[in-house]
Design a protein around this ligand. Sequence first.
Ligand code: SER
Length: 315
Amino acid sequence: MASNERILILGSEGQLGSELSAQLQQRHGLQNVICTDIRNGHPNTERRFMELDVLNADAVEQVIISENVTTIYLLAAVLSAKGETNPMFAWKLNMDSLLQVLQLSVKHKVNRVFWPSSIAAFGPTTPKTDTPQHPYMDPNTVYGVSKLSGELWCQYFFTRYGLDVRSLRYPGIISWKTPPGGGTTDYAVEIFHEALKKGSYESFLHAQTSLPMMFIDDAIRATLELMEAPAEKVKERTSYNLAAMSFTPAELAEAIQKRLPNFTIGYKTDFRQAIADSWPGSIDDSAARRDWGWQHRFDLDALVDEMLNNLRNRV
Ligand code: SER
């Protein structure tokens, strides 16, 4: 489906959007990728960018029509920790944007839609280890509730209208190009910045809190592979479990200390600990591996090397 695709990215300036848009531009050409966000995070980059509020349904519809959009990536969202500071706004942004995109995609015959779910869709009663694809799900953050509801809406639009909407339950994504953005897993991004700047880090999660994590390159590749898979291979129409590794703050600190021997870590937990405690420690993603051939490439050591090597020149 390469050459005649017209791709709209809603939320192109965030952690996923900024790296996904670069990959899509390489594959499909600068002209065919329309990046949009409420602000331009890369004003000097040569590309197509429009300032667009994802909650402005009329403006989103105009772009879909005028650009003959065939594929939409909806990446604008309020993450878990930030969501708890203003639950009603998090719900509005995360849900209204999805419902509008799903309806507009049916109305204008958009071929394919991507929408991210998260490990936050699981909750305290969900099995914590090797969490299966279809467990009991009782999220207790507004972000998680929006993700579980959104998954069901995606499935509804697939079965009711035949809309080819695809989704991944991302673990914590670790990347170096954008600053951390209000997530509970973001300690594992902050820690690298502070390790290089100050040589120490105070973790807001407990030393032994294990969470599923993934390096950004794997996350972007998973997204592209899912979106390029033949439709008959995409069997989960809520969202796919996706995994690479799990680690605790103590394990991450130890891996950093192997490279930066003077690095120290302290612990002072806050409200984010309860969020992390409600999520799984590891994920069974065998459905993604079986259905469309998912394989991760980065383990903890490779992730730590990439983060330190890339941030060293920036910090
Ligand atoms: N990484 C996200 C967060 O911590 C979960 O999807 O909010």
